[in-house]
Design a protein around this ligand. Structure first.
Ligand code: PMP
Length: 433
Protein backbone atom coordinates (compact mmCIF):
# COMPACT_ATOMS: atom_id res chain seq x y z
CA UNK A 1 0.00 0.00 0.00
CA UNK A 2 1.22 3.53 -0.77
CA UNK A 3 0.31 5.41 2.37
CA UNK A 4 1.13 8.76 0.94
CA UNK A 5 -1.07 10.68 3.37
CA UNK A 6 1.41 9.79 6.11
CA UNK A 7 4.51 10.28 3.97
CA UNK A 8 6.74 13.26 4.73
CA UNK A 9 6.98 16.00 2.12
CA UNK A 10 10.61 15.03 1.47
CA UNK A 11 9.53 11.44 0.89
CA UNK A 12 6.83 12.11 -1.70
CA UNK A 13 8.94 14.78 -3.41
CA UNK A 14 11.60 12.08 -3.78
CA UNK A 15 9.05 9.68 -5.34
CA UNK A 16 8.11 12.46 -7.73
CA UNK A 17 11.74 13.23 -8.58
CA UNK A 18 12.58 9.57 -9.15
CA UNK A 19 9.59 8.57 -11.25
CA UNK A 20 7.31 11.30 -12.52
CA UNK A 21 7.51 13.14 -15.84
CA UNK A 22 6.25 16.70 -15.60
CA UNK A 23 5.34 18.75 -18.68
CA UNK A 24 8.41 19.22 -20.87
CA UNK A 25 10.71 17.94 -18.13
CA UNK A 26 14.01 16.09 -17.84
CA UNK A 27 14.27 12.89 -15.77
CA UNK A 28 18.05 13.32 -15.60
CA UNK A 29 18.11 16.90 -14.39
CA UNK A 30 14.76 17.20 -12.67
CA UNK A 31 13.76 20.78 -11.95
CA UNK A 32 12.85 21.68 -8.39
CA UNK A 33 9.13 21.11 -7.96
CA UNK A 34 6.90 23.28 -5.81
CA UNK A 35 4.88 21.03 -3.50
CA UNK A 36 1.24 22.17 -3.42
CA UNK A 37 -1.04 20.43 -0.94
CA UNK A 38 -4.25 22.43 -1.29
CA UNK A 39 -5.77 25.40 -3.05
CA UNK A 40 -8.66 27.71 -2.26
CA UNK A 41 -9.86 30.84 -4.00
CA UNK A 42 -6.82 32.37 -5.72
CA UNK A 43 -4.30 30.86 -3.30
CA UNK A 44 -2.18 27.73 -3.54
CA UNK A 45 -0.97 26.34 -0.22
CA UNK A 46 2.48 24.76 -0.17
CA UNK A 47 3.57 21.85 1.99
CA UNK A 48 5.26 24.23 4.45
CA UNK A 49 2.05 26.24 4.84
CA UNK A 50 3.18 29.16 2.67
CA UNK A 51 0.51 30.59 0.35
CA UNK A 52 1.00 31.80 -3.21
CA UNK A 53 -1.41 33.99 -5.20
CA UNK A 54 -2.01 32.16 -8.44
CA UNK A 55 -1.22 34.19 -11.55
CA UNK A 56 -1.70 31.28 -13.96
CA UNK A 57 -5.20 29.85 -13.34
CA UNK A 58 -3.52 26.47 -13.86
CA UNK A 59 -2.85 27.34 -17.51
CA UNK A 60 -6.02 29.30 -18.34
CA UNK A 61 -8.39 26.85 -16.68
CA UNK A 62 -9.22 27.72 -13.03
CA UNK A 63 -11.30 30.79 -13.88
CA UNK A 64 -13.34 30.61 -10.66
CA UNK A 65 -10.32 29.94 -8.48
CA UNK A 66 -9.90 26.69 -6.55
CA UNK A 67 -12.21 24.76 -4.27
CA UNK A 68 -15.29 26.73 -5.26
CA UNK A 69 -18.39 25.77 -3.24
CA UNK A 70 -20.71 25.66 -6.31
CA UNK A 71 -18.37 23.49 -8.31
CA UNK A 72 -17.74 21.25 -5.30
CA UNK A 73 -21.49 20.89 -4.82
CA UNK A 74 -21.98 19.95 -8.49
CA UNK A 75 -19.17 17.39 -8.26
CA UNK A 76 -20.54 15.87 -5.05
CA UNK A 77 -24.08 15.67 -6.42
CA UNK A 78 -22.86 13.97 -9.57
CA UNK A 79 -20.58 11.61 -7.62
CA UNK A 80 -23.55 10.35 -5.66
CA UNK A 81 -25.33 9.54 -8.96
CA UNK A 82 -22.39 8.19 -11.00
CA UNK A 83 -18.89 9.39 -11.76
CA UNK A 84 -18.60 7.68 -15.11
CA UNK A 85 -20.56 5.60 -17.54
CA UNK A 86 -19.65 4.62 -21.09
CA UNK A 87 -21.03 6.90 -23.79
CA UNK A 88 -21.48 4.26 -26.49
CA UNK A 89 -25.21 3.50 -26.62
CA UNK A 90 -25.77 5.32 -23.31
CA UNK A 91 -26.39 8.95 -22.53
CA UNK A 92 -26.98 11.00 -19.39
CA UNK A 93 -28.41 14.41 -18.47
CA UNK A 94 -25.10 16.13 -17.67
CA UNK A 95 -23.71 15.59 -21.19
CA UNK A 96 -26.99 16.41 -22.93
CA UNK A 97 -27.33 19.64 -20.95
CA UNK A 98 -23.72 20.59 -21.65
CA UNK A 99 -24.15 20.01 -25.38
CA UNK A 100 -27.28 22.18 -25.46
CA UNK A 101 -25.51 24.86 -23.42
CA UNK A 102 -22.47 25.00 -25.68
CA UNK A 103 -24.63 25.19 -28.78
CA UNK A 104 -26.66 28.03 -27.24
CA UNK A 105 -23.56 30.02 -26.25
CA UNK A 106 -21.44 29.65 -29.39
CA UNK A 107 -22.23 31.07 -32.86
CA UNK A 108 -25.57 29.90 -34.29
CA UNK A 109 -23.91 27.89 -37.09
CA UNK A 110 -22.41 25.46 -34.55
CA UNK A 111 -25.02 22.85 -33.68
CA UNK A 112 -23.32 19.53 -32.98
CA UNK A 113 -20.94 18.75 -30.12
CA UNK A 114 -18.32 16.02 -29.64
CA UNK A 115 -17.31 15.90 -25.97
CA UNK A 116 -13.80 14.59 -25.42
CA UNK A 117 -11.26 14.51 -22.64
CA UNK A 118 -8.54 17.05 -23.40
CA UNK A 119 -7.73 20.03 -25.56
CA UNK A 120 -5.33 18.12 -27.79
CA UNK A 121 -7.96 15.45 -28.41
CA UNK A 122 -10.53 18.14 -29.22
CA UNK A 123 -8.10 19.35 -31.90
CA UNK A 124 -7.60 15.79 -33.19
CA UNK A 125 -11.38 15.48 -33.42
CA UNK A 126 -11.64 18.80 -35.28
CA UNK A 127 -9.01 17.70 -37.80
CA UNK A 128 -10.68 14.32 -38.26
CA UNK A 129 -14.06 16.00 -38.73
CA UNK A 130 -12.64 18.20 -41.48
CA UNK A 131 -10.88 15.27 -43.20
CA UNK A 132 -13.83 12.92 -42.89
CA UNK A 133 -16.18 15.62 -44.19
CA UNK A 134 -14.29 16.06 -47.46
CA UNK A 135 -13.77 12.33 -47.84
CA UNK A 136 -17.45 11.69 -47.24
CA UNK A 137 -18.68 14.19 -49.80
CA UNK A 138 -16.38 12.66 -52.40
CA UNK A 139 -13.45 15.04 -52.39
CA UNK A 140 -10.50 12.90 -51.40
CA UNK A 141 -7.86 15.42 -52.40
CA UNK A 142 -8.57 17.78 -49.54
CA UNK A 143 -6.31 16.23 -46.92
CA UNK A 144 -3.97 19.03 -45.86
CA UNK A 145 -4.30 21.80 -43.33
CA UNK A 146 -3.17 25.39 -43.35
CA UNK A 147 -1.99 26.68 -39.98
CA UNK A 148 -0.23 29.78 -38.71
CA UNK A 149 3.39 30.22 -37.73
CA UNK A 150 3.71 30.58 -33.95
CA UNK A 151 0.52 28.58 -33.61
CA UNK A 152 0.06 25.94 -30.93
CA UNK A 153 -2.71 23.34 -30.90
CA UNK A 154 -1.54 20.54 -28.60
CA UNK A 155 0.84 17.66 -28.09
CA UNK A 156 -0.80 14.75 -29.90
CA UNK A 157 0.23 13.81 -33.45
CA UNK A 158 -2.50 15.50 -35.46
CA UNK A 159 -2.29 18.60 -33.28
CA UNK A 160 1.52 18.64 -33.34
CA UNK A 161 1.44 18.68 -37.13
CA UNK A 162 -0.43 21.99 -37.02
CA UNK A 163 2.06 23.64 -34.63
CA UNK A 164 4.77 25.81 -36.14
CA UNK A 165 7.43 23.28 -37.24
CA UNK A 166 10.21 25.88 -36.95
CA UNK A 167 9.58 27.81 -33.77
CA UNK A 168 7.27 25.22 -32.22
CA UNK A 169 8.01 22.63 -29.58
CA UNK A 170 7.59 19.61 -31.83
CA UNK A 171 10.18 20.05 -34.59
CA UNK A 172 11.91 16.85 -33.58
CA UNK A 173 8.93 14.86 -34.79
CA UNK A 174 8.64 16.68 -38.11
CA UNK A 175 9.69 13.67 -40.19
CA UNK A 176 6.77 11.56 -39.06
CA UNK A 177 4.14 14.31 -39.08
CA UNK A 178 1.90 15.05 -42.05
CA UNK A 179 3.35 18.01 -43.97
CA UNK A 180 0.87 20.84 -43.70
CA UNK A 181 1.11 24.42 -44.96
CA UNK A 182 1.95 27.42 -42.81
CA UNK A 183 1.22 31.09 -43.27
CA UNK A 184 3.11 33.79 -41.39
CA UNK A 185 1.42 34.79 -38.15
CA UNK A 186 -0.68 37.95 -38.51
CA UNK A 187 1.16 41.05 -37.36
CA UNK A 188 -1.76 43.45 -37.38
CA UNK A 189 -2.48 44.47 -33.80
CA UNK A 190 -5.75 43.74 -32.05
CA UNK A 191 -8.33 46.40 -32.92
CA UNK A 192 -6.72 47.35 -36.25
CA UNK A 193 -7.69 46.59 -39.87
CA UNK A 194 -5.72 43.67 -41.26
CA UNK A 195 -2.75 44.92 -43.25
CA UNK A 196 -2.23 44.11 -46.92
CA UNK A 197 0.93 42.19 -45.99
CA UNK A 198 -0.89 40.03 -43.47
CA UNK A 199 -3.51 38.99 -46.01
CA UNK A 200 -1.30 38.66 -49.10
CA UNK A 201 0.57 35.49 -48.24
CA UNK A 202 -2.35 33.54 -46.80
CA UNK A 203 -4.48 34.56 -49.78
CA UNK A 204 -1.79 33.21 -52.13
CA UNK A 205 -1.54 29.96 -50.20
CA UNK A 206 -5.31 29.46 -50.32
CA UNK A 207 -5.46 30.37 -53.98
CA UNK A 208 -2.71 27.92 -54.91
CA UNK A 209 -3.57 25.05 -52.60
CA UNK A 210 -7.33 25.13 -51.99
CA UNK A 211 -7.79 21.94 -54.00
CA UNK A 212 -5.78 20.01 -51.40
CA UNK A 213 -6.76 22.00 -48.31
CA UNK A 214 -9.33 20.54 -45.93
CA UNK A 215 -9.21 23.35 -43.38
CA UNK A 216 -7.43 26.35 -41.98
CA UNK A 217 -6.80 26.11 -38.23
CA UNK A 218 -6.11 29.15 -36.05
CA UNK A 219 -6.20 30.25 -32.44
CA UNK A 220 -8.50 33.26 -32.78
CA UNK A 221 -7.19 36.64 -31.47
CA UNK A 222 -4.52 35.16 -29.15
CA UNK A 223 -1.67 32.93 -30.22
CA UNK A 224 -0.91 31.37 -26.84
CA UNK A 225 1.97 28.96 -26.30
CA UNK A 226 3.57 30.19 -29.55
CA UNK A 227 4.25 33.65 -28.13
CA UNK A 228 1.24 35.16 -26.36
CA UNK A 229 0.54 37.42 -29.35
CA UNK A 230 -2.74 39.29 -29.81
CA UNK A 231 -3.91 40.02 -33.32
CA UNK A 232 -6.62 41.65 -35.36
CA UNK A 233 -10.26 40.54 -35.45
CA UNK A 234 -10.41 42.00 -38.95
CA UNK A 235 -7.78 39.44 -39.99
CA UNK A 236 -10.10 36.69 -38.77
CA UNK A 237 -13.03 38.24 -40.66
CA UNK A 238 -11.03 38.37 -43.87
CA UNK A 239 -9.75 34.84 -43.33
CA UNK A 240 -13.36 33.65 -42.93
CA UNK A 241 -14.21 35.28 -46.28
CA UNK A 242 -11.19 33.64 -47.92
CA UNK A 243 -12.18 30.22 -46.59
CA UNK A 244 -15.67 30.71 -48.04
CA UNK A 245 -14.28 31.86 -51.36
CA UNK A 246 -11.92 28.90 -51.72
CA UNK A 247 -14.20 26.32 -50.09
CA UNK A 248 -11.86 25.47 -47.25
CA UNK A 249 -13.21 24.82 -43.74
CA UNK A 250 -12.23 27.07 -40.85
CA UNK A 251 -11.32 25.59 -37.45
CA UNK A 252 -11.05 27.88 -34.44
CA UNK A 253 -9.08 26.56 -31.51
CA UNK A 254 -10.67 28.41 -28.57
CA UNK A 255 -9.15 26.08 -25.99
CA UNK A 256 -7.26 28.93 -24.32
CA UNK A 257 -9.47 31.87 -25.32
CA UNK A 258 -12.90 30.38 -24.59
CA UNK A 259 -15.13 31.34 -21.66
CA UNK A 260 -14.40 35.03 -21.39
CA UNK A 261 -10.62 35.29 -21.15
CA UNK A 262 -10.29 37.88 -23.97
CA UNK A 263 -13.29 39.95 -22.86
CA UNK A 264 -15.79 38.12 -25.11
CA UNK A 265 -17.26 34.75 -24.23
CA UNK A 266 -15.48 33.33 -27.29
CA UNK A 267 -12.72 35.17 -29.16
CA UNK A 268 -14.48 34.73 -32.53
CA UNK A 269 -16.99 37.31 -31.24
CA UNK A 270 -14.31 39.99 -31.61
CA UNK A 271 -14.65 39.36 -35.35
CA UNK A 272 -18.35 38.56 -35.41
CA UNK A 273 -17.81 35.39 -37.35
CA UNK A 274 -18.38 31.69 -36.94
CA UNK A 275 -15.87 28.97 -37.70
CA UNK A 276 -17.11 25.69 -39.20
CA UNK A 277 -15.52 23.80 -36.31
CA UNK A 278 -14.61 25.11 -32.86
CA UNK A 279 -12.58 23.51 -30.05
CA UNK A 280 -13.04 24.42 -26.38
CA UNK A 281 -11.37 23.01 -23.27
CA UNK A 282 -9.31 24.31 -20.33
CA UNK A 283 -11.80 26.66 -18.57
CA UNK A 284 -14.74 24.45 -19.61
CA UNK A 285 -14.79 22.78 -16.17
CA UNK A 286 -13.36 25.80 -14.34
CA UNK A 287 -10.14 23.78 -14.20
CA UNK A 288 -11.62 20.96 -12.10
CA UNK A 289 -11.30 18.06 -14.52
CA UNK A 290 -9.97 17.43 -17.98
CA UNK A 291 -12.79 17.94 -20.48
CA UNK A 292 -12.99 19.45 -23.94
CA UNK A 293 -15.45 19.72 -26.79
CA UNK A 294 -15.44 20.11 -30.55
CA UNK A 295 -18.44 21.83 -32.07
CA UNK A 296 -19.35 21.72 -35.74
CA UNK A 297 -21.99 22.98 -38.14
CA UNK A 298 -24.89 21.04 -39.67
CA UNK A 299 -23.01 21.07 -42.97
CA UNK A 300 -20.09 19.10 -41.48
CA UNK A 301 -22.31 16.70 -39.53
CA UNK A 302 -24.52 15.98 -42.54
CA UNK A 303 -21.53 15.56 -44.85
CA UNK A 304 -19.90 13.06 -42.51
CA UNK A 305 -23.06 11.10 -41.73
CA UNK A 306 -24.26 10.89 -45.34
CA UNK A 307 -20.85 9.50 -46.34
CA UNK A 308 -19.35 6.06 -46.73
CA UNK A 309 -18.88 5.36 -43.01
CA UNK A 310 -22.20 6.92 -42.01
CA UNK A 311 -20.75 7.69 -38.60
CA UNK A 312 -17.96 9.91 -37.29
CA UNK A 313 -14.94 7.69 -36.64
CA UNK A 314 -13.92 8.60 -33.08
CA UNK A 315 -15.01 7.37 -29.64
CA UNK A 316 -12.78 7.68 -26.57
CA UNK A 317 -13.45 5.68 -23.39
CA UNK A 318 -14.02 8.73 -21.21
CA UNK A 319 -16.12 10.59 -23.75
CA UNK A 320 -18.83 12.69 -22.09
CA UNK A 321 -17.64 11.83 -18.57
CA UNK A 322 -20.63 12.70 -16.32
CA UNK A 323 -18.56 14.09 -13.46
CA UNK A 324 -16.66 16.46 -15.73
CA UNK A 325 -19.84 17.42 -17.64
CA UNK A 326 -21.73 18.23 -14.45
CA UNK A 327 -18.88 20.47 -13.27
CA UNK A 328 -18.73 22.11 -16.72
CA UNK A 329 -22.45 22.92 -16.49
CA UNK A 330 -21.94 24.40 -13.01
CA UNK A 331 -18.88 26.37 -14.15
CA UNK A 332 -20.78 27.92 -17.06
CA UNK A 333 -23.71 28.74 -14.71
CA UNK A 334 -21.29 30.42 -12.33
CA UNK A 335 -19.64 32.45 -15.08
CA UNK A 336 -22.90 33.66 -16.57
CA UNK A 337 -24.56 34.38 -13.20
CA UNK A 338 -22.04 37.16 -12.69
CA UNK A 339 -21.55 40.36 -14.70
CA UNK A 340 -18.50 38.64 -16.08
CA UNK A 341 -17.82 41.17 -18.84
CA UNK A 342 -17.45 44.06 -16.35
CA UNK A 343 -15.29 41.80 -14.24
CA UNK A 344 -12.92 41.05 -17.14
CA UNK A 345 -12.81 44.80 -17.89
CA UNK A 346 -11.84 45.40 -14.25
CA UNK A 347 -9.00 42.87 -14.51
CA UNK A 348 -7.96 44.36 -17.87
CA UNK A 349 -7.75 47.87 -16.37
CA UNK A 350 -5.64 46.75 -13.42
CA UNK A 351 -3.31 44.62 -15.56
CA UNK A 352 -2.74 47.51 -17.98
CA UNK A 353 -2.12 50.04 -15.21
CA UNK A 354 0.13 47.90 -13.01
CA UNK A 355 2.14 46.01 -15.63
CA UNK A 356 2.90 49.30 -17.44
CA UNK A 357 5.47 49.83 -14.67
CA UNK A 358 7.59 47.16 -16.41
CA UNK A 359 7.76 49.06 -19.74
CA UNK A 360 10.74 51.29 -18.81
CA UNK A 361 12.85 48.33 -17.61
CA UNK A 362 15.83 47.72 -19.87
CA UNK A 363 15.19 43.96 -20.06
CA UNK A 364 11.62 44.48 -21.28
CA UNK A 365 10.77 44.48 -25.00
CA UNK A 366 7.00 45.00 -24.69
CA UNK A 367 4.11 44.93 -22.24
CA UNK A 368 0.72 43.97 -23.66
CA UNK A 369 -2.65 43.15 -22.12
CA UNK A 370 -5.97 41.94 -23.45
CA UNK A 371 -8.95 41.03 -21.28
CA UNK A 372 -7.70 38.99 -18.36
CA UNK A 373 -4.29 38.31 -19.95
CA UNK A 374 -1.16 40.31 -19.15
CA UNK A 375 2.16 39.74 -20.91
CA UNK A 376 5.63 41.12 -20.32
CA UNK A 377 7.85 40.15 -23.23
CA UNK A 378 11.53 40.31 -22.37
CA UNK A 379 14.44 40.89 -24.73
CA UNK A 380 16.11 37.61 -23.65
CA UNK A 381 14.96 34.27 -22.33
CA UNK A 382 14.23 34.15 -18.61
CA UNK A 383 16.33 32.11 -16.22
CA UNK A 384 13.40 30.00 -15.13
CA UNK A 385 14.85 28.66 -11.85
CA UNK A 386 16.03 32.06 -10.73
CA UNK A 387 12.88 34.06 -11.56
CA UNK A 388 10.59 31.35 -10.22
CA UNK A 389 12.43 31.40 -6.88
CA UNK A 390 11.87 35.18 -6.76
CA UNK A 391 8.18 34.82 -7.52
CA UNK A 392 7.76 32.26 -4.75
CA UNK A 393 9.67 34.40 -2.26
CA UNK A 394 7.24 37.22 -3.12
CA UNK A 395 4.21 34.97 -2.59
CA UNK A 396 3.00 34.56 -6.17
CA UNK A 397 2.78 31.64 -8.58
CA UNK A 398 3.98 32.34 -12.12
CA UNK A 399 5.31 30.07 -14.84
CA UNK A 400 7.16 32.08 -17.50
CA UNK A 401 8.50 30.48 -20.66
CA UNK A 402 11.11 31.69 -23.15
CA UNK A 403 10.99 35.48 -23.17
CA UNK A 404 7.47 35.62 -21.80
CA UNK A 405 6.39 36.48 -18.29
CA UNK A 406 2.62 36.34 -18.48
CA UNK A 407 -0.36 36.13 -16.21
CA UNK A 408 -3.97 35.06 -16.67
CA UNK A 409 -5.37 35.18 -13.13
CA UNK A 410 -8.58 33.56 -11.93
CA UNK A 411 -11.54 35.86 -12.65
CA UNK A 412 -12.42 35.97 -8.94
CA UNK A 413 -9.18 37.70 -7.98
CA UNK A 414 -9.77 40.82 -5.83
CA UNK A 415 -8.41 44.23 -6.78
CA UNK A 416 -5.92 44.09 -3.92
CA UNK A 417 -4.62 40.64 -4.80
CA UNK A 418 -4.34 41.55 -8.47
CA UNK A 419 -2.44 44.77 -7.75
CA UNK A 420 -0.14 42.81 -5.43
CA UNK A 421 0.37 40.09 -8.06
CA UNK A 422 1.26 42.62 -10.76
CA UNK A 423 3.58 44.63 -8.53
CA UNK A 424 5.46 41.50 -7.51
CA UNK A 425 5.74 40.37 -11.13
CA UNK A 426 7.28 43.72 -12.10
CA UNK A 427 9.57 43.67 -9.05
CA UNK A 428 10.85 40.17 -9.87
CA UNK A 429 11.52 41.13 -13.51
CA UNK A 430 13.38 44.24 -12.31
CA UNK A 431 15.47 42.23 -9.84
CA UNK A 432 16.50 39.78 -12.59
CA UNK A 433 18.17 42.60 -14.59
N1 PMP B 1 -4.85 24.42 -28.13
C1 PMP B 1 -4.45 25.50 -27.44
C2 PMP B 1 -4.68 26.86 -28.04
C3 PMP B 1 -3.86 25.37 -26.18
O1 PMP B 1 -3.44 26.46 -25.53
C4 PMP B 1 -3.68 24.07 -25.66
C5 PMP B 1 -3.03 23.85 -24.30
N2 PMP B 1 -1.98 24.65 -23.99
C6 PMP B 1 -4.12 22.96 -26.40
C7 PMP B 1 -4.70 23.18 -27.63
C8 PMP B 1 -3.96 21.56 -25.88
O2 PMP B 1 -4.80 21.35 -24.80
P1 PMP B 1 -4.45 20.20 -23.73
O3 PMP B 1 -3.19 20.62 -23.06
O4 PMP B 1 -5.65 20.18 -22.82
O5 PMP B 1 -4.31 18.93 -24.48
Amino acid sequence: MTDYHNASTEQWLQWDKDHIWHPYSSMLKPAKMVPVVSAKGVRLTLADGKELIDGMSSWWSAIHGYNHPSLNAAANAQLSDMSHVMFGGITHPAAAALGKRLVDLTPAELTKVFISDSGSVAVEVAIKMALQYWYSIGNQNKTRLLALRNGYHGDTFGAMATCDPVTGMHHLFTKVLPAHLFADAPRTAFGESASYDDMAQITDLLEQHHGELAAVIVEPIVQGAGGMRFYSGDYLRKLRALCDKFDVLLIHDEIATGFGRTGKLFACEHANISPDIMCVGKALTGGYLSLAATLCSDRIAEGICNGEAGVFMHGPTFMGNPLACSIANASIDLLLADDWQSNIQRIDRILKKELAAASPLKSVAEVRCLGAIGVIELKDNVDMASIQARFIAKGIWMRPFGKLVYTMPPYIISDDDLVYLCQQIVAAVAEEE
